[in-house]
Ligand binder design. Sequence first.
Ligand SMILES: [Zn+2]
Ligand SMILES: [Zn+2]
Length: 337
Amino acid sequence: MKAVLFPQAETISVETVPDPRCAPDEVIVKVANSGICGTDIHIYRNEYMSQFPLIPGHEFSGTVVEMGKEVTDLQMGDRVVVDPNLYCGHCDFCRNEQANHCSNWQGIGITRSGGFAEYVNVPAKAAYKLPDSLSDTQAAFVEPLACVVWALKRLSVYPADKILLLGSGPMGLLLIQALRHGNASQITAVDRQPARLQLAQQMSANQTVIADAEQPKHLKDIAPNGYDVVIDATGVPAVIEGAFQYLRPRGQFLQFGVTPMTAKIQISPYEIFRNDWTIIGSFALCYTFLPAMAWLENGVIDVTPLVSHQLMLSDFATGFEQFMAGETLKVHLKIGD
Ligand SMILES: [Zn+2]
Ligand SMILES: [Zn+2]
């Protein structure tokens, strides 16, 4: 089959590799749509937990074309999305409803072969049958959206909270739509790119602020006493370090963006203490595929404006470079027929 391969850090090739083999508890998925994600950039730069060589891709939809003999709850031809987070189910964390911290955690497209390929083998328990009403494009958003559901389960947005969102890329734009359906009274979105801020406005952000030298002044004019919730959706250490100046006493800070694993920032413990701050992390997702699918099915989240490019597998390198340069929104690979 044809697949995208990261043979080593900072290297991309699209080549013919052996077809995946189907274990008794697995299915083979013929991939339809596969989304490029910021995490793929960290993997490519060797800033994440992956080993090389790797077939990346963890946001994909497709069709079941082969089933292991132990698989009973899926059928050939089922359209599915796949939760790339594989949990063992029997470690201390899994047994305490903390499956995303599973001691034996594996990630499809992270620590084992993923969905930038014609076919991928996945444990049947990680495949969710898609409702007919969801398109392949929507389906490839279930994974990133499940991360948004998880983030909002971690955070407690109280009635009329003022929210500051740093970073209005594809994930930030999903967050805005999700927050709009929650308790927030005011959402202020920041980005370096005016086009992204225009979309943020279209998704009913109340204010948008361009990330330039004037940003602190503009943000402080909007909320002189700070924001109840500040969310980082950039993963940029310098942005995160600067984010706390906007946080109101008793505010919550959510680290949503993925940073390089070794990044460090400076923060004053006295300020955390003095301001009653809450600092929250949000890693991947935790059994949040079904709520994400419900959001899409019920029209809470509109993903159509978020896809800027639909490319063939063979065009991966070009699309990935544009994505890394910030010249795109979500890039989808259309794989198969
Ligand atoms: Zn992702
Ligand atoms: Zn486990």
